[in-house]
Write a protein that binds this ligand. Sequence first.
Ligand SMILES: *Cc1c(COP(=O)(O)O)cnc(C)c1O
Length: 358
Amino acid sequence: MERVYNFAAGPATIDQSVLEKARKELVCYQDKGMSVMEMSHRSAMYLDIYNETEALLRQLMGIPDNYKVLFLQGGATLQFSAVPLNLMGEKNSADYADTGNFAHLAAEEAKKYGEVRIAASSREDGYTFIPRQFDWNPDAAYAYITTNNTIYGTRYTFVPDTGSVPLVADMSSNILSEPTDVSKFGVIFAGAQKNIGPAGLCVAIIREELLGQEKPFTPKLLSWALEAKNGSMLNTPNTYGIYMAKLVFEWLRDLGGVPAVYERNVAKAAILYDYLDESRLFRSPVHREDRSLMNVPFVTGNADRDAAFVKYAAARGLVNLKGHRSVGGMRASIYNAMPVEGVKALVDVMKAFEKENA
Ligand SMILES: *Cc1c(COP(=O)(O)O)cnc(C)c1O
């Protein structure tokens, strides 16, 4: 069976070469005589894999030495709880920018643990843009943003200046897709299933000086300080997910790293946005200057026609183009692993559909 172009928002497409490598090593990893899935997480052979994975991520993102890298479970959503539990501290208040569904959920979760202020919001406008004005409070324990809004298809093209207040970023849907100056952030976290690998793994990158302020009732597994002290092995980590992340990181390194994949992503997104701008049937609902490079929502303005297009594309091997249930329309997720050929194929199919429906 031939592989389709999978535009799913997450779990998302993984480069075929990565999957082939995993298949090759599935039963026997290198000369170890067993699968990675069968290895003790405490064994030297597994620790080599773990350490290589961390080193690759550090290299790809240029993570400074005063940051810890953790490989956690519970997805990005569990970090919505971990962030306030670990960072609210004595100030017990935090600022959130509400720029999409996941930003909103993160703020709602944080309210359980302390005071949450909304420093900026595009909620009233259907999350179609990224605010430029933020009412950051200098006394907040931290300031929180979502660098790419997966459902609405917007992204920050700048890093907000929060002064001495540590900036926390959910980068689940655009980590490793563009260069990031990690030193501008106190904490970065990302669920793996968009740009890193299979679901069930979450990466957290934390400036060391922020560790050790967790609330006394923080569940052990949510304490970043304890996880950091134990090399993400307070309990059994997602060993196979971490291995898959290693293969994705190696693939990314061999492509030329983040600068090279960023260039590729810009070119890929431009193919789709250029067509959306000239199409008389399809259009992009978000502000041009905030358009995501990873998630591209588009609509015809007619729900039946949208549904017909999703079916039309699926019949041609382009799948998972239906928009999120909360917004409707279509969404093409074009993460790092979506090849340029996939985007070209999508535009060809959109053009053909437009012609047939003129
Ligand atoms: C997918 C996503 C999440 C949720 O991730 P889970 O791993 O399902 O918890 C959170 N934030 C953003 C920006 C996402 O794209």
